[in-house]
Design a protein around this ligand. Structure first.
Ligand code: HEC
Ligand code: HEC
Length: 368
């Protein structure tokens, strides 16, 4: 009964009588600039966009939008349908499937630690999407809504649908001090939410901090992953995955050709679509390998269904092309020389990058 009474009181206040009314138990709907404190843990402090400071209310709005099916033309598909939390924010479809069952041309990308993907505007080598065509997250997030193969709607339509709901008008007030649902507000809120998606609580992180151990197999895998490849001594050399999957996020965030196709068989020219530069043909963004054991299938076209297939590719499957990374050229002819045990150890190591806190954290889950 008490709950009902205070709810009724809350409704009165929402209709705007006096937000400061003494004795009121429900929160008035007012602008709330409380900053969101991004927990970087043992990562360096990221450089966040200066014109979109993270606030608690903005991040909540972004979380609501990320899980909102009204962002699609027929109200059946949210961002989270292609970016599933338990699948490392990617999904099981080889190529993404949009609202009308249309197949897109690429596999959904994993989402984590985006705050550390350098995003200077237009700088060669950095950006979002497999081919880097979005310079910032803010540029990116409105694209799937309007892509006819994905959510297939217009911003006007989404703004009208959300603007009709008091929960969105209220959250816009809390986040941006306006009741007006706008494309810019949606983009900024989604950007804020995406920037909070930090994954750095895996067993590997605990090991790095000296708080945990790795098994013999995991440790062998770790050394193989980081050690340089020596073409003269393939039996004893490392696999040098860290040449590209480098740093705390296991990605250089550069655009690289890892030998998937020859020039004539390349269906998707990747980064060259953006730069027009022949030397960028077939380069794609190096994906982070955090939580990677949860996000099969793999690569920009989802061609590999398992990590074993990925390792076979790097071991002996890479093919030559004009922009093949020089490091990969070494192993096109003779291969990395990985033994079955080496592959098991690499997989064991990659499992240590799984961060259950991240994959289950309700702060990234569906708030509706
Ligand atoms: C139909 C499936 C689908 C939906 C819906 C979808 N995405 Fe994606 N997402 C993808 C695909 C596929 C890519 C890679 C696209 C490309 O490279 O052209 C991607 C890439 C991204 C990236 C780039 C990550 C990086 O590291 O560069 C971000 C960020 C992202 N999506 C966020 C969103 C948000 C926010 C929404 C909702 C507004 C959304 N996505 C809706 C499939 C989807
Ligand atoms: C020369 C740079 C380079 C090296 C070395 C390299 N990778 Fe990659 N890796 C990439 C690029 C670029 C992609 C994305 C390619 C694409 O989709 O077209 C990728 C994709 C992947 C993926 C798919 C991830 C996803 O989200 O789809 C996995 C898994 C992977 N690499 C693991 C490894 C392992 C393990 C090694 C070492 C044996 C390794 N990589 C070595 C550049 C590299």
């Amino acid at each position: 009964m008490r709950g009902l009474i205070s709810l009724a009181g809350g409704l009165l206040i929402l209709s705007g009588c006096n937000p400061e009314e003494p004795g009121s138990t429900s929160e008035p709907v007012v602008f709330d600039s409380t900053p969101y404190v991004l927990e970087s843990g043992h990562f360096p402090t990221p450089t966040l966009p200066e014109d979109n400071p993270l606030t608690e209310a903005g991040v909540v709005l972004g979380q609501m939008l990320f899980h909102e099916k009204r962002l699609s033309g027929d109200n059946t598909m949210a961002c989270a349908d292609c970016h599933r939390q338990h699948q490392n924010f990617s999904d099981a479809s080889v190529l993404s499937i949009g609202i009308a069952g249309f197949e897109g041309s690429r596999h959904s990308m994993v989402l984590s630690n985006l705050a550390w993907h350098v995003h200077h505007n237009g700088t060669h080598g950095h950006g979002f999407l497999w081919d880097g065509r979005a310079a910032t997250l803010r540029d990116q997030v409105l694209l799937p809504i309007q892509d006819e193969l994905e959510m297939a709607t217009t911003l006007e339509d989404v703004i009208a649908k959300l603007g009709a709901l008091s929960k969105y008008r209220d959250q816009f007030v809390r986040a941006f001090d306006t009741e007006e649902v706008s494309a810019e507000g949606m983009a900024k809120a989604l950007e804020q939410f995406l920037l909070t998606m930090v994954s750095n609580q895996s067993r590997y992180d605990r090991w790095l901090l000296g708080e945990g151990t790795l098994s013999t197999s995991e440790e062998r895998g770790r050394i193989l992953f980081f050690d340089e490849f020596d073409p003269f001594n393939p039996e004893t050399s490392g696999a040098d995955c860290a040449h590209c999957h480098s740093g705390l996020d296991f990605s250089s965030h550069q655009f690289v050709n890892n030998g998937l196709d020859s020039d004539s068989e390349m269906a998707d020219i990747g980064y060259m679509l953006v730069t027009g530069d022949e030397s960028d043909r077939g380069r794609f963004k190096v994906p982070s390998l955090r939580n990677v054991m949860e996000s099969a299938p793999y690569m920009h076209d989802g061609r590999f269904t398992s990590m074993e297939e990925v390792l076979d590719h790097y071991d002996h499957g890479a093919v030559s092309s004009s922009s093949l990374d020089p490091m990969m050229e070494y192993n096109v002819e003779n291969g990395l020389g990985l033994t079955e045990q080496d592959k098991l150890d690499l997989v064991a190591f990659l499992h240590t990058l799984t961060d259950a806190d991240f994959l289950e954290n309700p702060a990234f889950g569906n708030p509706h």
